[in-house]
Write a protein that binds this ligand. Structure first.
Ligand code: ZN
Length: 56
């Protein structure tokens, strides 16, 4: 449970609420559902995930 480098996914496997944001916590509930193979580095100019905001 720690802060990590920003990551996101482009995979249509995930709902838009998970896909249209970036994450920066490895214990984010939505972020954790992104499989390693579907993770991309960076924020892609997306807003930060609300769950990640709550995590700090
Ligand atoms: Zn998140």
């Amino acid at each position: 449970m720690s802060k990590v480098a920003p990551y996101h996914t482009d995979s249509l496997e995930y709902p838009p609420a998970h896909r249209n944001v970036y994450h920066d916590h490895d214990n984010c509930p939505a972020g954790k559902k992104i499989k390693q193979a579907h993770r991309k580095a960076g924020s892609a100019g997306r807003p930060r995930c609300d769950d990640c905001k709550d995590l700090g």
